[in-house]
Design a protein around this ligand. Structure first.
Ligand SMILES: Cc1cc2nc3c(=O)[nH]c(=O)nc-3n(C[C@H](O)[C@H](O)[C@H](O)COP(=O)(O)OP(=O)(O)OC[C@H]3O[C@@H](n4cnc5c(N)ncnc54)[C@H](O)[C@@H]3O)c2cc1C
Length: 285
């Protein structure tokens, strides 16, 4: 297991905010995780860091990071099931599926995420969500330090939510995805079209963490923010994207508090005009 002190988190959060932590651990297997939690119960968990806002310049805490480690992906061609460890990317899962002509995770291709993060967030696009393909999850339960498994129906998967957001004392180790036989070139076409469509709408040229807010029932966040004239609204180095107002982008060395200030301002303006409480999708750490 790799361990670093005074670790620079800039490349481990997709907003590219400058931040450091006391120690960062990159576990390679279940034993590493059990060992870490046996010696200390307090860690901040990061997957690939694409849905977080780092609010502090320095964390006097220890991080466990799943990003380029603990990332095996296996395909069982008899059952059409792909299993993947928490630190694998869902892009890798979608490419393994395509390679074996398995359909169902084409929408994973362009969502930047670890497997653990995708389960926590029930990541999805309008083409599908993790809930549709997730068969079961293996996790370390910090209450009794036992490794357990839960099947889809027990995971309280709903729009950008799961049991793992409500119960922070569980660390996802591995997930299994049930896919179906498909046509390889059709699968590849869906993946490519999804990526093309999304890149044409999203501000991929600046660091960001995807949609800032959850979609309130019956309306879209982007158009509401546009109507309020907040497109391009800037605090410090953070800005409401000029390309897609549902995103905040780091245009000039933004800090976590610049991003959080924009969020608070937007929430209060939306409340004032539409009487809607916008809920943040991103996790403030
Ligand atoms: C350009 C862009 C486009 C995006 N498009 C989409 C989209 O279409 N749909 C969508 O749903 N999201 C989208 N997102 C948001 C993001 O990709 C997803 O939320 C993703 O699932 C986050 O995964 P992550 O590994 O980066 O998690 P992180 O951001 O690292 O962590 C998210 C949360 O999960 C927890 N966590 C991570 N790993 C574990 C683990 N192993 N065990 C327990 N808890 C864990 C963390 O503590 C944190 O609370 C987008 C982001 C970007 C930057």
């Amino acid at each position: 297991m790799r361990v670093y002190n005074d670790f620079d988190l800039k490349l481990y959060n997709s907003y590219r905010v400058n931040s450091k932590c006391r120690t960062a651990y990159f576990p390679e297997n279940e034993n590493d995780l059990v060992e870490l939690y046996t010696s200390n119960k307090e860690y901040i968990l990061l997957g690939s860091g694409h849905n977080i806002i780092l609010s502090k310049d320095y964390y006097n805490e220890n991080f466990i990071i799943f990003n380029g480690n603990y990332d095996a992906v296996e395909v069982d061609v008899h059952s059409n099931v792909i299993s993947a460890e928490a630190g694998a990317t869902i892009l890798e899962v979608s490419e393994a599926a395509e390679k074996h002509s398995l359909a169902g995770v084409e929408f994973f291709y362009d969502i930047p995420s670890s497997v653990g993060g995708a389960v926590v967030m029930n990541a999805g696009t309008k083409e599908g969500e993790t809930k549709n393909v997730l068969q079961k999850v293996r996790y370390l339960d910090l209450i009794d330090m036992c490794i357990k498994e839960k099947v889809n129906e027990e995971l309280e998967l709903e729009y950008r939510n799961s049991i793992f957001q409500k119960q922070k004392d569980k660390v996802i180790l591995k997930a299994w995805f049930q896919l179906s036989s498909g046509n390889q070139s059709k699968i590849r076409r869906i993946m490519n079209e999804s990526k093309e469509r999304r890149w044409s709408k999203q501000p991929r040229e600046f660091p960001n963490s995807g949609s800032v807010f959850k979609r309130p029932p019956g309306c879209f966040v982007g158009p509401m923010i546009d109507e309020l004239g907040l497109k391009g609204f800037t605090i410090g180095g953070a800005q409401v994207s000029k390309k897609h107002s549902g995103f905040i982008v780091n245009v000039n060395n933004a800090s976590g508090s610049d991003i959080i200030e924009i969020i608070k301002h937007t929430q209060s303006k939306v409340k004032e005009k539409y009487n809607i409480d916008l809920e943040i999708e991103q996790r403030i750490i």
